[in-house]
Write a protein that binds this ligand. Structure first.
Ligand SMILES: Nc1ncnc2c1ncn2[C@@H]1O[C@H](COP(=O)(O)OP(=O)(O)OP(=O)(O)O)[C@@H](O)[C@H]1O
Ligand SMILES: [Mg+2]
Length: 339
């Protein structure tokens, strides 16, 4: 099979904000995915979506399948850009469709769907202008986040606020700097968990990953903030969280967390792969923060591969499972269309 690997590459550009390229992938990740696919005997064409006219490229270069990890160019629907082009050109691709990618990138809309499905998610309010009245039922501490970002862009220790004054300052800052709504949520103080789902015939939940920030107290960061993600492992900055996979949970809580992630994957309509971020409150209620249909796949740094390794998979097994799941889905769908 001829497989195109679509991605956006991290670049060095001092004129851009420090977190500008955070969602994008490194050359090492792109290389590792390409190698994993090539190992199975496929031909891989690497396509940097940031500097390629994709319509001309795919019209000129016929491929059988696309392995998509591109986060898209800009705007609230950016993750759907490449799948939309591929749909238009009738080229099958891995991962979620345009609708689920756009939905998952919009945290408040996703949370409304979770609420309708009785999946717990922190109480919240969306600020469009920054001058709205604060919902008096929301309990401090609250966290302020851009509504449509990933990689914890715009989220640091100062985003957790204890007063109305600090809240509105942060809300206005986010609306101004990220040119989008600010999402305000109740801050859930318990364990941080992330749950990987991979489809292998049917959706399979990987061992849960727990991230413990107790070892990072001196850094000033105390949750999975942008600084924590960007400088993870930096001893000097004190940003060395401890990872536990499987998470340290009793059997009942483990099942509840896994069922919650699975229900989230299904509610958002994800395909092939997703990673759901969850916080447990002190009663072990798993609150879903968000779902990532395009989780990072850095073989050394990203959370998703850590969970796959804990399930006994090698990196190449993980990548090829995503490809096989997508291929099977497209074959089933095209048979359905024929009948
Ligand atoms: N309501 C909350 N309560 C407690 N912690 C929270 C809450 N919302 C966010 N956080 C913390 O901030 C981190 C980043 O938030 P979130 O996952 O919503 O952002 P993101 O940018 O989409 O992340 P990702 O890097 O996974 O794409 C979470 O992993 C968690 O540590
Ligand atoms: Mg997250």
């Amino acid at each position: 099979m001829k497989v195109a690997l679509t991605y956006n590459l991290k670049e060095k550009d001092e004129t851009k904000p420090a977190d500008y390229f955070s969602e994008f992938d490194s050359a090492e990740t792109v290389g590792a995915i390409a190698q994993a696919i090539e190992k199975k005997g496929h031909e891989v064409c690497r396509v940097n979506a940031s500097n390629t006219d994709l319509f001309s490229y795919f019209r000129k270069n016929k491929v059988d399948f696309v392995f998509n990890i591109a986060e898209g160019k800009s705007g609230k629907f950016r993750e759907s850009e490449i799948p939309a082009i591929l749909d238009y050109l009738d080229i099958p691709y891995t991962g979620s469709n345009t609708f689920s990618l756009a939905l998952a990138l919009n945290k408040s809309l996703t949370k409304k769907i979770l609420k309708a499905e009785n999946i717990p998610t922190p109480a919240f309010q969306l600020f469009v202008k920054g001058t709205e009245e604060l919902d008096p039922s929301l309990k401090f501490p609250l966290i302020v986040k851009p509504n449509c970002e990933g990689s914890a862009k715009g989220i640091n220790a100062s985003n957790v606020v204890e007063t109305k004054e600090a809240l509105f300052k942060k809300v206005k800052e986010i609306i101004r700097d990220y040119k989008q709504e600010a999402l305000v949520e109740e801050f859930i103080r318990g364990k941080e968990l992330t749950v990987g789902i991979i489809e292998n015939g049917k959706a399979q939940v990987l061992p849960i990953l727990e991230i413990d920030f107790d070892t990072c107290v001196k850094s000033g960061e105390f949750f999975y903030s942008w600084r924590m993600k960007e400088f993870q492992g930096n001893m000097e900055l004190g940003l060395v969280p401890s990872f536990h996979c499987p998470a340290r949970l009793d059997a009942a809580t483990e099942k509840l967390v896994k069922d919650t992630a699975l229900a989230t994957h299904q509610a958002v309509g994800c395909s092939d792969i997703s990673r759901t971020d969850i916080r447990l409150d002190r009663n072990n209620v798993p609150y879903v923060l968000e779902i990532n249909p395009l989780p990072g796949l850095d073989p050394k740094e990203s959370n998703f591969p850590v969970m796959a390794y804990a399930a006994g998979m090698k990196y190449e097994d993980l990548i090829n499972m995503i490809l096989i799941s997508a291929k099977d889905r497209f074959l089933k769908n095209s048979k359905r269309e024929e009948n």
